[in-house]
Design a protein around this ligand. Structure first.
Ligand code: ADP
Ligand code: MG
Length: 319
């Protein structure tokens, strides 16, 4: 049997999970001690994933570790913050060494890729639940909020939408990206399990004049509505130009792909607003496409620019 402290040391205090510890004066005590640079604000967010609710039973632990950290980092991306640290609250029913090894490897992959260090956490026994709190920095007063969209602003989304919703039925069947034969279904599964937190895009947008942003976790219509409500504005949206991947269209057909792109969650792309009269020229180094999908309006309604009618709101809610 491996003891609690030995377990933490072996799986969570490993070098691969500490790629950058600048600004951390101490870990491993009752608290981690951090320095916040003088012209910066600390951006923090926490996300919890519960087995059977947010991911299927018997999920590959490596994919789960990857997804849990990537999803949490997406909130920092949405506000234009850089990512530095994370803390892990792990509740598990038993100590399963191969599960812990896989989970730790999945966390390490994202930790290395994004340069974020695990600086503490809590380990308890119970139904499998993963809470990850992320911390980053942002120049004082420069956060990309939901509340600052202005009438006339252009609305954009990054990447393509709907892939994770398209993956869901295969996820629930227990399909794994490494063993599934169909390459389009494999692409969808990878988008579900390995979302890309748009950190570089968010920071660039924050530094170059975007007026508001949100990450798409619950579906475009619902998440855009959060910007509209917070900004006391409305929008017109052209449903025919919401970007969908070829893989999604091949697997689900065009009509269902569009529906998933409008209302499906779990893509973790950014939806943001940009001044009307300013050209948006993204640096190639960001390796990210964006699509102009509509406009912010004064009237507090979300209107289909094709039909002139209100959208039927049907994005995912938890309760
Ligand atoms: P306490 O009893 O003071 O709450 P713990 O026994 O929970 O402390 O944790 C001991 C140390 O190990 C702390 O520094 C804590 O941050 C760290 N830790 C506990 N669980 C994890 C985990 N899952 N990942 C990373 N660090 C952890
Ligand atoms: Mg303590």
């Amino acid at each position: 049997m491996i003891g609690e402290f030995e377990l933490i040391k072996k799986y969570f205090h490993r070098a691969e999970l500490a790629p950058s510890l600048t600004g951390v004066t101490e870990v491993g005590d009752d608290c981690a001690l951090l320095e916040v640079p003088s012209n910066m604000q600390l951006a923090q967010s926490i996300d919890t994933l519960v087995e059977g609710v947010h991911f299927p039973f018997n999920c590959d632990p490596k994919l789960l570790g990857y997804r849990a950290l990537a999803v949490s980092l997406s909130d920092l991306a949405a506000m234009g913050a850089s990512a530095y640290y994370f803390m892990l609250g792990l509740t598990m029913p038993e100590v399963d060494k191969s599960w812990l090894e896989g989970f730790s490897d999945g966390l390490s992959a994202v930790s290395q890729q994004e340069g974020v260090a695990l600086i503490g956490g809590d380990t308890t026994c119970g139904p499998l639940t993963i809470s990850i709190q992320v911390q980053g920095f942002i120049k004082k007063g420069k956060a990309l909020k939901r509340s600052s969209a202005r009438a006339g602003d252009k609305i954009y989304v990054s990447g393509s939408l709907g892939d994770s919703a398209g993956a869901l039925s295969f996820v629930l069947e227990g399909q794994h990206p490494a063993t599934v034969v169909d390459k389009d279904i494999c692409r969808l599964l990878n988008r579900y399990y390995k979302p890309t937190p748009r950190l570089a895009l968010g920071q660039w947008l924050g530094g170059n004049g975007a007026t508001s942003a949100i990450d798409i976790s619950d579906g475009l219509l619902g998440d855009l509505q959060h910007i509209l409500t917070a900004s006391h504005k409305g929008a017109t949206l052209n449903p025919d130009i919401i970007p969908c991947s070829d893989a999604l269209i091949k697997v689900c057909g065009l009509e269902q792909a569009n529906r998933f792109a409008m209302t499906g969650g779990d893509d973790y792309e950014l939806c943001f607003t940009w001044p009307e009269n300013k050209a948006l020229m993204l640096p190639e180094a960001l390796e990210c496409t964006v699509s102009h999908i509509g406009h912010i309006t004064k009237k507090m309604q979300l209107v289909n620019s094709h039909t002139g009618n209100d959208f039927n709101m049907s994005s995912y809610t938890h309760f």
